[in-house]
Design a protein around this ligand. Structure first.
Ligand code: HCA
Ligand code: CU
Length: 460
């Protein structure tokens, strides 16, 4: 069964301008655990004292997911991981020629020796070990197999195939992982794919078909440069396209929104699954289809994610969508009027960037000559009144009922004793009315809210 390791707290925090507070990391870890990810990569404890604290506190939460610390292949890095109390450490060390020569100034033989020494050290501390050959996708395949098998013999039980630069195509990933699976000693294979060409999710799915076990994700696809696969997209793709049902979909919208808020890194509207437009329909052909049967243009029900479909009304809109939108406000129109309303919407849509529901209702009013009292044109307000304790509420109600501004009165329980629905022509009149209310005997305090939109039940 496919596994997910979420690295929002490690790879995700490598996103430019993104840094989490410790409490936020704990909250993210709890949310990830509720979704059911198999492993949480909580950070590299050597990065800073706060990263260390966060990893340690996440390990102490005793979540269902395995907690993983990331580390360079150094003794001190591994010591830090052990001190955090995590179950697993990642020992990462590059394997491509360019990284070994330009960055590490090490030969292939030296790299194998360092990797094995550090893995053995981590194992001696009782840690499970994943070895990541960084830049694996640009590494000579024979050397890659050699270093990975040496790592497995030294005690690693997972190898992370890192497409660090996001340069593979899905068919290549499939072939590489198929070959790797055949060439490696028994171990689990993780896939860490960067999204530089937008191929990260396609690549991990191809890699899974090739025999890999685990996909690395981050919430909202955070990470170095253009990030790695988004957790929400991955969970939906695994479920809907590959039949993997083990993750809880309910927490996905929440965690994505939490990450938007805590990072200030907002999703493009056209982002799959979590983007604003993921379940929006605009052209007449599409909206007509969706209103007849959502399966015409929706591969899955947005309710699975606690989301709703949205029908956009503008110049592309057909009759059916306009009719349904008006019905939502309790307005029914005949066929001829509907034609005229749609014509008018198309005309306005040619001139304006956006049409709001208030515009659509206003057009319907003009065409039908009816007053559709949904978006108040005069000032409508709800006024809450608290009555002095020694005063009989009914006495105040009697006075209020006599006022022409008041269209309904309710007696209530709670902090306020009376609520009024008030209609006045303008702000000045509202102001005068409230001043008079305050002077009325028995009125202790008032609290006023303006009404922006009245829904069908209220109108009726
Ligand atoms: C990096 C390291 C890494 C490691 C991936 C892994 C990568 O370059 O920052 O441990 O699986 O992309 O190679 O994120
Ligand atoms: Cu990475």
């Amino acid at each position: 069964m496919v596994e997910i390791l979420d690295s929002t707290l490690r790879e995700g925090e490598q996103t430019p301008q993104v840094n989490f507070m410790i409490e936020e990391k704990l909250e993210i870890a709890r949310m990830l655990d509720r979704i059911g990810v198999d492993m949480i990569e909580a950070g590299d404890p050597s990065v800073s004292p706060n990263v260390f604290q966060a990893v340690k506190r996440i390990a102490a939460l005793k979540l269902r997911a395995e907690i993983v610390a990331h580390s360079l292949a150094t003794k001190s890095g591994i010591d830090h991981a052990r001190d955090c109390g995590v179950q697993r450490v990642v020992v990462f060390y590059p394997t491509s020629k360019i990284h070994l020569e330009a960055k590490m100034h090490r030969s292939e033989d030296e790299a194998v020796a360092i990797v094995c020494e550090q893995i053995r050290y981590a194992r001696s501390l009782g840690l499970k070990v994943r070895y990541t050959p960084e830049d694996a996708s640009r590494t000579d395949f024979t050397f890659l197999v050699r270093v990975c098998n040496a790592a497995i013999e030294a005690g690693a039980d997972r190898i992370s195939y890192a497409d660090t630069l996001g340069i593979l195509q899905p068919h290549e990933m499939f072939e590489r992982i198929t070959d790797l699976r055949r060439s490696l000693l028994p171990c689990k294979i993780d896939l860490h794919c960067h999204n530089d060409y937008g191929l990260a999710l396609a690549n991990v799915m191809a890699g899974i078909r090739g025999g890999a076990d685990c996909i690395h994700t981050t919430v909202n696809g955070l990470g170095e440069r253009t990030g790695i696969p988004d957790l929400c997209e991955t969970v939906l793709a695994l479920r809907n396209l590959m039949g993997v049902e083990k993750y809880d979909l309910h927490g996905l919208t929440e965690i994505s929104a939490y990450l938007e808020r805590s990072t200030g890194f907002f999703m493009a509207p056209n982002k799959p699954v979590t983007g604003l437009n993921a379940f929006s329909h605009k052209s007449g052909v599409h909206t007509n289809g969706v209103l007849k049967d959502p399966r015409t243009y929706e591969n899955f029900d947005p309710a699975l994610l606690g989301r709703e479909r949205r029908i956009v009304i503008d110049k592309y809109t057909g009759k059916r969508a306009v009719q349904v939108r008006l019905e939502e406000y309790g307005v029914t129109v005949n066929g001829e009027d509907l034609d005229s309303i749609v014509d008018e919407i198309k005309r306005m849509g040619d001139e304006r960037k956006m049409l709001h529901d208030a515009d659509i209702v206003e057009i319907a009013e003009r065409v039908t000559g009816r007053v559709i009292d949904i978006f108040p044109k005069d000032i409508n307000a709800l006024v809450m009144i608290a009555v002095e304790s020694h005063v009989y509420t009914g006495a105040v109600v009697q006075r209020l009922k006599a006022r022409k501004e008041v269209s309904s009165v309710y007696e209530l329980t709670g902090d306020y004793d009376i609520s009024l629905y008030v209609r006045v022509p303008n702000t000045c009149d509202l102001n005068n009315f409230i001043e008079e209310l305050r002077l009325m005997p028995g009125v202790k305090t008032t609290d006023t809210r303006l009404v922006l939109k009245k829904h069908a039940e209220v109108v009726a």
